[in-house]
Write a new protein. Sequence first.
Length: 416
Amino acid sequence: MSREFVPPASSPGAHRGSPVDTDAERVSLYSLEFAADPHRAYQDMRARYGSMVPVELAPGVPATLVIGYHTAVRILHDPAHFPADPRAWQASIPADCPVLPVLEWRPNALRSAGSEHLRYRQANTASINAVDLHFLHSTVERIAVPLINSFCAAGTADLVSQYAFPLAFESINAMLGCPPEIGQQVAAATAAVFDGVDAEEGNRMLSEALLRLVELKRAEPGDDITTQLLQHPANLDDAELIHQLVVLYGAGIEPLQNLIINSLVLILTDDRFGGHVLGGSLSTRDALDEVLFTDPPMANFSVSYPRQPILIDNVWLPAHQPVVISMAGCNNDPAISSADQSGNRSHLAWGAGPHACPAKTPAYLIVQDAIDQLLDALPELRPAVAVDELAWRPGPFHRALAALPVVFPATPPWES
């Protein structure tokens, strides 16, 4: 395949054709190489293609990746031209496509447009806004302390499998009122969907588990998001309820886990944060905001499908083909980025426009409390390996470590 230079979008000359139909080499977003050093990949993409990049989300699944900040903001605020409904696209996608369970149409706010989107969005926003944040703070502490106590005496741990994942999972379960026996099936299914490992079966398992949760909450209402959705005036049916919960789990477990871990990597390895966060000069929130700029937990997402061919940044985008916003690429666009991101919250990690994340406030609370609880209990925590030895999980959407091994002085069980 040709590797000849393609002028960036800002260069003078004729309009480039669609990245989806281009003969230029597509960048694989699912490869181990991309996962290992995405920032280098974004730099190479920018030099070669400009703000609109031809990529593959999975073998044979082309898309356009947007890595220009101002271009992304324009697209995110223009649902009339860039709706999130993928049905025309997925009609030609095989059922076993590994990214289909993440991208396929569902009757929920994330994958709908127009009045359908508004109806689902209002139900979700109202249900999330009903969460008692004071109680959530206590819930995170209640979850964190036993997790820490399960490994504190060993002097070593993997913070992904032993802390961040179970804490994110149990926090979402608590907000949704999901009991452990249903939650375990949800967790396994969600992991299969996001990692693209037997994703079709993961999708089936997820729907089955969430139907059980809906039936439970209909019989035994509680003070939780699932009950709020059931009782919302939108009058969602069972299928719609399941698919609201799919989004809440998918946008909960994986991103929360990744944000906790990516923030801990920064805090534990960067002197600007390691010394100051633990010493009190900078807050955990400052570390979170830097990570949301540099290594957002969902690095490439906010997918839309143009209604008709449209010219953006001298690139023709075809109708009904995925346009993916690179939160990581856009946040680090030289046009807007600076060396010091402290206190800067203009990143796109939460999305923007009508599909912006409605759960930003509880997400910040969960992640910040999770990190503070861990560092309070184990202040001498440090990575067990060098940063460049950490393995990142491949996948087109997330920025996620496979493991974060740490060591610390063995400590007796902690009482909050």
